[in-house]
Write a protein that binds this ligand. Structure first.
Ligand SMILES: C[S@@+](CC[C@H](N)C(=O)[O-])C[C@H]1O[C@@H](n2cnc3c(N)ncnc32)[C@H](O)[C@@H]1O
Length: 250
């Protein structure tokens, strides 16, 4: 577990295209105090790679240790990518105490706010991992270990020249397919119409997924959803299931 969010990135790491623009962010005194008080209970600290958001590809998340399960105890695992300030994650954790919820988020003030809210309610079934989600799905989580995977309102990168930074791509879905159990659910939502089209198309074309536009389910409104609605944008929810066997083109 880490004692401070003040990661210092080593110098001269080659630039890479990432799906986020902010990561460390400064913590105000209130968030810093919450971080100091609660990170040990809620934050999973992986072995890092070169960057403060990367993880060592050989590092595996030990779910039982992370969630404090008794020997032989297992819980369904739900993972939210880009959990922000925890609007969805905490609401679900409150409603389903027998399910384990993991938020993966690179923005430290968002994580700190989630910590404050989780600790206030003494939620015991929530953990947070500050790392790049694609890497978490590709190597750190057990294959087939996730019941539900949620990506709500990922950064839209609306300018054409920035579309390459969008999170939901074929390689991201390859990693999602690796961790989802057969029949597991991938939920996506966005308030950007062209991103909704892109997400639907890339997931429909993926051999491991079937589904399309779906119901929002019990998802509460998130901070970024409210911003989109206030700006007059409509929200699209997409629901895909992990196929038992990949459907390769004939
Ligand atoms: C637009 S915000 C949405 C947050 C929240 N889901 C909501 O609806 O309020 C997108 C979030 O995803 C996080 N994010 C973007 N790319 C990420 C990545 N590759 N790994 C982990 N988090 C990421 C950002 O830091 C940001 O907090």
């Amino acid at each position: 577990m880490q004692g401070t969010p003040a990661h210092v990135a080593p110098a001269r790491i080659p630039r890479e295209v990432v799906s986020y623009s902010r990561r460390d962010g400064r913590l105000d005194p209130r968030r810093q105090k919450a971080w100091d008080a609660h990170h040990a209970a809620y934050l999973i600290e992986p072995s890092r790679g070169l960057r403060n958001t990367s993880i060592d590809p050989s590092w595996q998340l030990d779910l039982a240790a992370a969630f404090g399960w008794m020997p032989g105890q297992r819980r369904p695992l739900v993972v939210e990518v880009g959990s922000g300030t925890g609007d969805v994650l905490l609401d679900a954790a409150r409603r389903h105490p027998d399910v384990a919820y993991l938020g993966v988020e690179v923005y430290l003030p968002g994580i700190a706010t989630t910590l404050i809210r989780a600790a206030r309610e003494n939620l015991t079934n929530v953990r947070l991992l500050s790392a790049e989600a694609g890497a978490v799905l590709a190597t750190a989580l057990p294959a087939g270990g996730v019941a539900d995977l949620w990506v709500f309102f990922p950064d839209p990168w609306p300018k054409l020249r920035h579309h390459k930074r969008r999170l939901v791509t074929g390689p991201f879905l390859d990693a999602a397919a690796r961790v989802l159990q057969p029949g597991g659910v991938l939920r996506l939502a966005t308030d950007w119409p062209d991103y909704a089209v892109q997400m639907e198309s890339v997931a429909r074309d993926h051999p491991s997924f079937e589904g399309g536009v779906g119901e929002r389910g019990h998802r509460p409104q998130t901070r970024f959803e409210r911003k989109g609605l206030a700006a007059g944008r409509a929200v699209t929810d997409l629901v895909f299931h992990r196929r038992e066997e990949p459907a390769w083109p004939s």
